[in-house]
Design a binder for this molecule. Structure first.
Ligand SMILES: O=C(O)[C@H](CCc1ccccc1)CC1(C(=O)N[C@@H](Cc2c[nH]c3ccccc23)C(=O)O)CCCC1
Ligand SMILES: [Zn+2]
Length: 304
């Protein structure tokens, strides 16, 4: 058999069956998805619990990716494909650069590594320590969060500090919701596997996980790049208010337009309000109920 795109299957971290777009070459199957338009490739690799990137391709002998040790690879690959499809089908964006850039993930990064990140070139996922986290690629909202950092980097370029950094964080959480909109929680599928119902963050109730939900409670700090993972609660709450009043379909159009057309590297919360209002006006009219709902959403968190 010559080299070819193939379809395999496997089980994710929640023991859920997933079909996989794989690649066959010379007796080995790879997590290498060649089904996207304009040669947009999605590839998944493993660091084998080391810390050198990008690591080696995840491989299998028979295209049945059923070993538990492969579950993080299966989820990273399948979820990256889902996020690719979301940006292409909903926003007509072909990968994070809108030019078919290869989407690369590396799983099994580090030892008991309780985090994940976009490093400017690729997504990287730890396996967690089994108590605080399980493998972080096991959550679609986490994968969408990381890939949205790549989109933000190529569009608004929001600097990762203070208010622009909290906006950067918020847009990643909000698009995490757009992908995984069964709840307003962030990371619930991989956070504290031994505890059900908790999460890393909540868009509907940021204070539940130690985040402010109003400008009066903005945290002035230099840690975490100026509290980017804390102060994101304020724009996250505004996004929740917006989604609740106008619905997901309109909200995702407004958020994508603000991110790709109006926001800049130094945009602050007030500028984000203006960018979202302008996007609402562009798409639905400046006197529309949609416009007024976005205005009310930001009034409610004390950002004008
Ligand atoms: O993408 C991001 O914003 C986070 C990237 C964190 C990071 C940055 C630079 C180098 C290494 C890691 C990763 C995620 C995050 O929100 N991390 C938070 C919360 C967190 C996860 N694991 C932790 C361990 C200790 C403390 C905090 C955390 C953080 O790093 O603050 C996003 C979704 C889930 C994990
Ligand atoms: Zn982030």
């Amino acid at each position: 058999v010559t080299d070819a795109g193939t379809t395999g299957y496997g089980y994710g971290l929640l023991d859920d069956y997933k079909s996989l777009n794989t690649y066959y070459s010379n007796g080995t199957y790879y997590l290498y998805d060649v089904t996207k338009p304009m040669n947009g490739v999605i590839e998944t690799r493993t660091a084998n619990n080391g810390s050198s990137l990008p690591g080696n391709y995840s491989v299998d002998s028979n295209n049945a990716w059923t070993a538990y040790s492969q579950a993080a690879d299966v989820d990273a690959h399948a979820y990256a494909g889902k996020v690719y499809d979301y940006y292409k089908n909903t926003h007509n964006r072909n990968s994070f650069d809108n030019n078919g850039a290869t989407i690369r993930s590396t799983v099994h990064y580090g030892s008991n590594y309780n985090n994940a990140f976009w490093n400017g070139s690729q997504m990287v996922y730890g396996d967690g320590d089994g108590s605080t986290f399980t493998s972080l690629s096991g959550a679609l909202d986490v994968v969408a969060h990381e890939l949205t950092h790549a989109v933000t980097e190529r569009t608004a370029g929001l600097q990762y500090q203070y208010q622009s950094g909290a906006l950067n964080e918020s847009f990643s959480d909000v698009f995490g919701y757009f992908l995984d909109s069964g709840d307003y929680l962030m990371g619930e599928d991989v956070y504290t596997p031994g505890v059900s119902g908790d999460a890393l963050r909540s868009l509907s109730n940021p204070p539940q996980y130690g985040q402010p939900a109003h400008m009066n409670d903005y945290i002035n700090t230099s840690s975490d790049n100026g509290g980017v993972h804390t102060n994101s609660g304020i724009p996250n709450k505004a996004a929740y208010n917006t989604i609740q009043s106008i619905g997901k379909a309109k909200a995702e159009k407004i958020y994508y337009r603000a991110l790709t057309v109006y926001l800049t590297p130094t945009s602050n919360f007030s500028y984000a309000r203006a960018a979202l209002l302008q996007s609402a006006a562009d798409l639905y009219g400046s006197g529309s109920s949609t416009y007024n709902s976005v205005k009310a959403a930001w009034d409610a968190v004390g950002v004008y």
